[in-house]
Design a protein around this ligand. Sequence first.
Ligand SMILES: [Zn+2]
Length: 170
Amino acid sequence: MSARAIIDSLEFAQAERELRGSLPVSGLARLQDFLRDSTGSVEFVVKGGRDPENRPQLALSVSGMLHMQCQRCLEQLDYPLSFRTTLRLVRAGEDLSETVANPDAADAVEASTELDVAELVEDEIVLGLPFSPRHAEGTCDSRKKDTRSAAEGGAFSGLAALKNVLDRKL
Ligand SMILES: [Zn+2]
C-alpha cells in the first residue's frame, strides 16, 4: 500500500487545506467483509474549513464503485459510492451534548494531530453501507447456484464487520 496521508486535523481546517486522493478498494481492510471482490478504487476529497459558528470542520466527499454481493441471489451488485459529509472537529473532552441532541448537527470527530485520512474515509464508507444489499425486486439473476453455505458465511461476516465498526465507535 502506498504511503498514508496523515494530517494535523485542526491545522488542516484552520489553513483551509485540501487533499485529494485515490484509495485502492483492496487496501480498505474493514470493507472487505462487505464486498464480493475488491477491485477498483475510491476517490476522495477532504477540505478543511469552518462552520457558520467558526468552528473547525472537515468536508469529505467520496466517490467510487464497490462490488458488493446481493443477499438474495449472491451475484455481484454494483454499489455506487457517492456521498459528502461534514465532520466537526472537537477537542478531546469537549462537550458533545449539542451534537448528540441535534440530529441536524454535523457529525463530530475528535481532532488529532495525526489523523489518518484513509481511515477516516474508510470509517465513513463503512457507516453508510447497506447491511443487506439486494438487487432491485425482480432483477436478480435467475441462474441460482447452490450457494447456501456461502450465503450464511456472508451474513455472519457482515455481522462481524458491523460489530467491529460499532466497537470502534464506542
Ligand atoms: Zn440479486
